[in-house]
Design a binder for this molecule. Structure first.
Ligand SMILES: [Mg+2]
Length: 577
């Protein structure tokens, strides 16, 4: 007879009831039942097959059960004859709890107890099923909630710029659409920062991001509550001015520019940038697309940018035509390269002391298929913008190099000056292009001088010094072109490895140079002499100018009075003379 107690039974209920999953509930039930009923073998059967067994191998028990306990006993390999008792569990007979013991068969009380244990196991299993279903449901709900939250977050991100907290282009256009539909006069400002790239490049992206955050703050500060500021991307911002005509928008734009022009404290120093602004207004009943309105403001901003830093331009319909011209010019320039529409003319550099020709400057011309000539000033900026300047520049190098080599057969001292654009200068392959040209044309490096405008050099003087040093290493000469039109830092001028200063023609604007003109040019010539630079005066157009420049000790001169730019075949005679 066994000695089970209420305590053991309570323990059994607690252990099975607190099991987390079906496997541990059945295992605990089987082990405890065997223990309480002092059985040699315990098992849980599902569908008549042993699911788990204790005290015997499952396969051996399956075999013994299959051989049939016809009188309530079984023979298990390695054990004595065992008395078997089992009780069903689960509402619709999920399985059986089985014990088998040697010695005495189970008493009716013990069978009752086994029955109670089986019922407990059934209840515990039902409970586990219910709880796990509930857990799955809860997890499902939590996952759905997290997904909804992520979706909302991404929508919010798409509508708000994470860096500045301002609305994005998407939200800005939505708000603009509302205003346009309401038919109140609405102005759109397209703001592009000037010199932002330089800050990003020199101080790093983190400083650049910090700066954008400050700019957003300044923009917000300039607006009324009903206005909207947005970040379109990069260093581009937009502003929607509620109930504002174009005339009223201009002073707001100027206030914004003034505000952005004030120094920003970034990384322990004062950083100065600027902004260019284009304005487009929706003011009449004509339906307007918000995207078009923003596009018009962008076109006006482009024009403002071209007019110089810190400008405000109000959109006018003809600007579209100009934008279209820019687009067609890109494809025209591409075609011009393919169809050989570029020509070179040459303008001599004349020694002022004796009037002899020291060299020639190659000047690129674009002859369109209709015979019209386009001046470099009208296509070089565009070619710089779309990158075609690199191909045009290589063509100029080759063509001028070949021509110079031809001339040097009869004029071995003739020097060749070639204009180089800012984009060419910073192109990593440019020095190799020059070297290749010198080798192919069999020109000594000292026969060639590359001209770089002052504004290109002063835009990024440190970068320019690096690029010029590479070129200087080839042995070619370097000249500062249009000197006096930019804002040269004299300390940099001293450090640039240049040989020649080409004084801009603006200095001799008067046919009869005035005392003031001469004083300024004298100062420049003396500066050049102190830096051991050769001087070239550009734009000599009268005899009086020529005489005055010769007297000042300028080395070389260029200009209509000396010789106009001409095709190479027409230039041979004057050069040879
Ligand atoms: Mg030049």
């Amino acid at each position: 007879m066994n000695h089970w107690s209420t305590h053991q039974l309570t323990e059994f209920f607690a252990a099975v009831g607190s099991s987390r999953d079906e496997r541990s509930a059945t295992t605990v039930a089987m082990e405890r039942a065997s223990e309480v009923l002092e059985a040699e073998v315990g098992a849980v059967l599902i569908g008549g097959r042993v699911e788990v067994a204790w005290g015997v191998r499952s396969a051996d028990l399956d075999l013994a059960l299959a051989n049939g306990p016809d009188d309530g006993t079984i023979d298990v390999a390695g054990l004595d004859e065992l008395h078997v008792a089992s009780a069903r569990f689960g509402a619709s007979h999920r399985g059986d709890l089985l014990v088998a013991r040697a010695g005495e068969p189970l008493s009716p009380e013990e069978r009752q107890l086994l029955q109670a244990m089986a019922q407990t196991l059934g209840l515990a299993l039902d409970n586990i099923t219910l709880l796990s279903a509930e857990r799955r449901l809860r997890e499902e709900r939590e996952r759905e909630a997290a997904e909804r939250l992520a979706l909302l977050e991404s929508l919010r991100e798409a509508r708000h710029d994470s860096l500045t907290g301002l609305p994005t282009r998407m939200l800005f256009l939505e708000m603009l659409e509302e205003k346009v539909r309401a038919d109140t006069p609405t102005s759109v400002l397209f703001i592009d920062l000037d010199r932002f790239k330089a800050v990003n490049d020199s101080l790093g992206h983190r400083a650049g991001d910090e700066l954008l955050g400050h700019v957003a703050g300044r923009i917000r500060h300039c607006l009324r509550p009903a206005d909207v500021g947005a970040r379109l991307g990069g260093d581009e911002f937009a502003v929607l001015l509620d109930d504002t005509t174009a005339d009223e928008a201009v002073p707001v734009a100027q206030r914004l520019i003034e505000s952005i022009r004030r120094p920003f404290p970034i990384a322990g120093r004062d950083v100065f940038i600027g902004a260019s602004i284009g304005i487009a207004t929706h003011c009449d009943a004509a339906p307007a697309d918000p995207g078009d309105l923003l596009g018009n403001a962008d076109v006006a901003m482009y024009k403002a940018k071209k007019e110089g830093p810190g400008k405000v331009v109000v959109f006018a319909p003809q600007m579209h035509a100009e934008a279209l011209t820019r687009l067609t010019m890109t494809s025209d320039l591409q075609r011009a390269l393919e169809h050989d529409e570029f020509r070179l003319q040459y303008q001599p550099l004349v020694r002022l002391a004796d009037g002899t020709t020291a060299g020639v400057e190659a000047l690129v011309r674009w002859r369109r298929p209709d015979g019209r000539y386009v001046a470099p000033a009208d296509f070089v900026p565009m070619a710089e913008e779309n990158g075609l300047i690199m191909d045009i520049g290589r063509w100029v190098l080759r063509t001028a190099g070949t021509q110079a080599a031809r001339w040097r057969r009869t004029m071995p001292d003739l020097h060749l000056n070639i204009n180089v654009s800012g984009r060419q200068l910073t192109d990593p392959g440019f020095a190799a292009d020059v070297q290749g040209m010198l080798a192919d044309c069999r020109l000594p490096p000292t026969a060639v001088t590359l001209e770089l405008t002052e504004s290109v050099l002063m835009n990024d003087p440190k970068g320019a010094i690096d690029c010029l040093t590479d070129l200087k290493a080839l042995g070619v000469g370097l000249a500062v072109d249009d000197f006096g039109t930019g804002y040269s830092s004299l300390s940099y001028l001293q450090r640039l490895p240049v040989d020649e200063l080409k004084i801009d023609q603006a200095f001799i604007a008067h046919a009869e140079p005035t005392v003031e003109d001469l004083a300024v040019i004298r100062a420049v010539v003396e500066l050049a002499r102190a830096l051991r630079l050769r001087t070239v005066i550009e734009g000599v157009e009268t005899e009086a100018q020529l005489v005055a420049m010769r007297r000042l000790g300028c080395d070389l001169g260029q200009g209509f009075h000396l010789c106009r730019p001409a095709d190479p075949e027409r230039l041979l005679t004057p050069v040879a003379a």
